[in-house]
Design a protein around this ligand. Structure first.
Ligand code: SF4
Length: 176
């Protein structure tokens, strides 16, 4: 498995496998993030993944264009060249905020691009702008330092029952 290391931020070496999906998943459940990091994917036809894809494909099409960065970030450029992240609901809004902050952080430190972000929740007709403040940057760094050893570990963190398990695509793996 290819493990190219990238440098982001002053001290953080980032595995090229740590993409935006994994960063987001870690905020919801570290075990789920570990599964994604180790390329264990749930069925592509899981209902929620399907819904997520439909929301992503069907919304804001005229205003968006999708850009891949280092095969790591799949970002949407939105009106006024903001980095957008589209979510099917605001249920995990804080995780979505941090994922978007991770994108902005990566673009700033790895690419020298200072950009603003926007979260889009098309089903709820909500948008929320995001700036990469020093506090948010520090939070991203803390999370990266915390999550990298967990993700690189040989075995996944133990399952922890939460309200998210009911709709998680790995529930059969954890609790089946
Ligand atoms: S079923 Fe629960 S414990 Fe297992 S990966 Fe999903 S959220 Fe995490």
């Amino acid at each position: 498995m290819r493990k190219q290391k990238l440098l982001v931020g002053p001290k953080i070496m980032l595995s090229s496998r740590l993409n935006g999906t994994i960063f987001y998943a870690y905020q919801v459940c570290p075990r789920e993030a570990w599964f994604y990091y180790h390329r264990l994917n749930p069925s592509q036809e899981h209902d929620l993944l399907l819904l997520g894809r439909l929301v992503h494909e069907g919304s804001y099409q005229r205003a968006r264009k999708e850009v891949f960065v280092d095969q790591l970030l799949k970002i949407d450029l939105f009106r006024d060249e903001m980095v957008a992240e589209v979510k099917k609901s605001s249920r995990h809004k804080e995780a979505a905020r941090l994922q978007l902050a991770f994108y902005l952080y990566y673009l700033k430190h790895e690419k020298g691009l200072a950009m603003s972000g926007v979260l889009l929740f098309p089903k709820e007709r909500k948008t929320e702008k995001l700036e990469l403040t020093p506090e948010l940057e520090q939070k991203v760094e803390e999370l990266l330092l915390e999550m990298l050893p967990v993700l690189e570990s040989e075995s996944p963190p133990p399952p922890v029952k939460s309200k998210y398990c009911r709709t998680c695509s790995f529930q059969e793996v954890c609790w089946g």
